[in-house]
Write a protein that binds this ligand. Structure first.
Ligand SMILES: Nc1ncnc2c1ncn2[C@@H]1O[C@H](COP(=O)(O)OP(=O)(O)O)[C@@H](O)[C@H]1O
Ligand SMILES: [Mg+2]
Length: 334
């Protein structure tokens, strides 16, 4: 199976304007030369700290934000410069689930009305009421939920309604932006299980965005780690966890609050110092060099490219290019 969704050299810069004349004084570089591909049926995870550009990527794929440069190919077609009616079929084929169903569901509408609205807008030809009942049931909600307003439901139930709405038009690709991040841990697990079931049942492809690595790992076949608008490392979830290579990925994995049942053997603990720099003026060279524990002189001036390490694993790090193999023994340097 070839590339299903291909994001090619995507950059999104938001202009910053000032003064009476609204002159552009700078730009927030939310995404910088992002390239990644999803295969059909795959669950692809995108992780990184808040502000690294995840939502911008989601919104660009959903064609809610225009790329500054680069392109988005879906099922063999460049959708990044389509507008109006040319975009309509893709609005059906690509759906979205957002973080906070409370703010993405209209509080004055019942679940039934919320789901019907999508069907009506896209001129659904079948019986709308039946379809709503069916969608609720697919998402584990009894028919009576059609008459409830968002505030009458729990967080998990609201997210089920959000998922039912996303499924309404039989999409192929679902962009999930922090879809479970606002939920309690036990509810998160239920929603993750539901998403897994649905993927199987409807042959869905997911672009799953989250900041919680352990959640994303559970659902996704492959992961990309982003920092300040750039991809730092990409690989199968398995590879990324068992053999993270980029110092940023290592730091993120270290931050996952999980006991290490295998002991600390071979594990390098990397604590991240400092704050994320502003995307208004990202650091020169490797954007991570200001916080990187292994930064070298050249990292200040040279932008590392995402290069292949082994198999499907790749990372953007100059230090890795000079020490290609992972250390198998722990070096005791202090
Ligand atoms: N519409 C916008 N206008 C200006 N800046 C924006 C806009 N949307 C996002 N940003 C900025 O782009 C950067 C990336 O934001 P976002 O994509 O929301 O990150 P994430 O979802 O990873 O937290 C942030 O610095 C954010 O403030
Ligand atoms: Mg976000």
């Amino acid at each position: 199976m070839g590339d299903y969704l291909r994001i090619e050299g995507l950059s999104v810069h938001f202009p910053v304007r000032k003064g009476l004349l609204q002159r552009q004084v700078g730009a927030v570089k939310a995404l910088e030369s992002v390239t990644l591909t999803l295969k059909k049926g795959e669950a692809f995870g995108l992780v990184g700290e808040s502000g690294c550009g995840k939502t911008t990527l989601a919104r660009t794929v959903l064609r809610l934000v225009d790329p500054t440069s680069g392109s988005i190919w879906f099922d063999g077609k460049n959708i990044s410069d389509l507008t109006g009616t040319a975009l309509a079929p893709y609005r059906k084929r690509i759906a979205a689930i957002f973080q906070d169903p409370f703010s993405s569901l209209n509080p004055r509408m019942t679940s039934g009305q919320i789901i019907s609205e999508v069907l009506q807008v896209h001129r659904y030809s079948g019986n709308i009421k039946d379809r709503v009942t069916e969608l609720l049931s697919i998402c584990g909600l009894a028919p009576r939920f059609a008459d409830l307003y968002p505030h009458e439901m729990s967080g998990g139930q609201r997210q089920r309604v959000g998922i039912a709405r996303a499924l309404a038009l039989d999409p192929e690709l679902i962009v999930c932006d922090e879809a479970v991040s606002a939920l309690d841990v036990s509810i998160q697990a239920q929603i993750i299980n539901l998403l897994e079931e649905l993927r199987e049942k409807f042959d869905l492809t997911y672009l799953f965005i989250g900041h919680d690595l352990s959640v994303v790992r559970h659902l996704c076949d492959r992961l990309a780690v982003m920092y300040l608008g750039r991809i730092m490392e990409m690989g199968t979830s398995e590879e990324m966890f068992s053999n993270p290579r980029h110092p940023y990925t290592k730091a993120l994995i270290d931050a996952v609050p999980e006991p290490d049942p295998l002991g600390q053997e071979g594990k390098e603990h990397v604590a991240l110092a400092g704050e994320i720099p502003s995307p208004l003026s990202p650091p020169s060279g490797c954007v991570f060099h200001t916080r990187c524990p292994i930064a070298m002189d050249q990292c200040r001036s040279t932008v590392p490219s995402l290069s292949r390490l082994a198999g499907h694993h790749s990372a953007a790090c100059l230090a890795l290019e000079t020490t290609p193999e992972p250390r198998t023994t722990v070096a005791h340097t202090n």
